[in-house]
Design a protein around this ligand. Sequence first.
Ligand SMILES: [Zn+2]
Length: 422
Amino acid sequence: MFENLIAQPASGLLAEDIAAKRLPPSILFSGPATSGKLTCAIELARVLSCESGGAWTCTCPSCARHKELSHPDLLLIGPKDCALEIRAAAAAFLANRTVPTRYLFVRSLRKLALRFSPALNERDDAKFSKAAPILEDLEERLEELSPSRPIPEDTETLAKTVNAAVELAEKLEGECLWDSVPVAQVRNAAAWARLTPSGKTKVLVVERADRMQESARNAFLKILEEPPSNVVFVLTTSRRGAIMPTILSRVRTYAFLERDKDAVGEVISRVFRGEPSGADNLSSFFYRYLPVPPENISAAAALFADLTLKLAIDSGRRPLPGLRAAVDEVLAGQEIPRAVGPSQIVAMLNKCKPGIVWHLFLSSVAGLMRKALAGGQADARETAAFAAWTASIRKALDAVDVYNVNPVSALELLSVEMRDAC
Ligand SMILES: [Zn+2]
């Protein structure tokens, strides 16, 4: 069991605990992003439901459904950036039409679609209503791609289906996915957990458990206090310190480690059939599938900082020498037009789609501030301005992510706030 989880000692500990029948009902997978926490959680769900021993090669009906992530005893809640993994899996499948790459692609789509399970649906929830027609279309594509059917012969038809599925998934993630765990979903998940499983064991996975708001945390704590039998709760986080002590005291933690370069290379070549060279971690491999190259995201961030510095000077504020130097360094030698406004910056960023582009752009703006501070030219006034900017950047992140504000408007507001704090 856990053969598909590469270079993570937690899998050995889990296998031992399962064999000794001492797996607790509530566990936490803690470790850096892309270290395999979700892979392990869904593999655990398969192993616990398996009707004969839990080997990855098992073909029992329960394992067949789990491998396609369509088993009714698995529920998944919590936010996630799914787009780049889906793109990487699509590329792997189109380049090597094999059984494993087909599973890889189908599972990458289902990892997103599962978050919209009918069991979680709250009546009149706007996001569920918006997601319904997209999910219906995606389900049709998944049906065509199902590993139980022969792989379509015609390359063009297959590419069309794959690309349509990718597009639908990005629409679903961009327009409907929640940024945290809504309390209603915790309550619905609790109701689901109390119903008898269709097989042996139910597994509820809560991703980024540190992002639960207070009401959701309290509702979740209630289930942890009186866990129903035949259910395992798996929480995942990359920020264990941000999880409430009351929750931590009720879960056993399994630590996931940052993989070394060789292990990352193995994941890239074995799982994604990709070329490992140049990728220090799985995230940098996924960035190859960004619609905007990372260097263009950095350039857009520098242009935005440049615009803000101009706005500040024009309104009579003193220059920020540290940031000026950091921006000039990024833009030096680049043949890109200066003096662009927010709408041109957003256009450079593929309209900030998928959502991870917006996250990377804002973290690149924050990176310029760190560079300015490290450069030694920033004075106390500039340092104080950066502290205020950090709060404004956080607000801009949420504006687009949580409140669906148009990125152009969010950037306009951000540049004004940043100017005013100079
Ligand atoms: Zn099985």
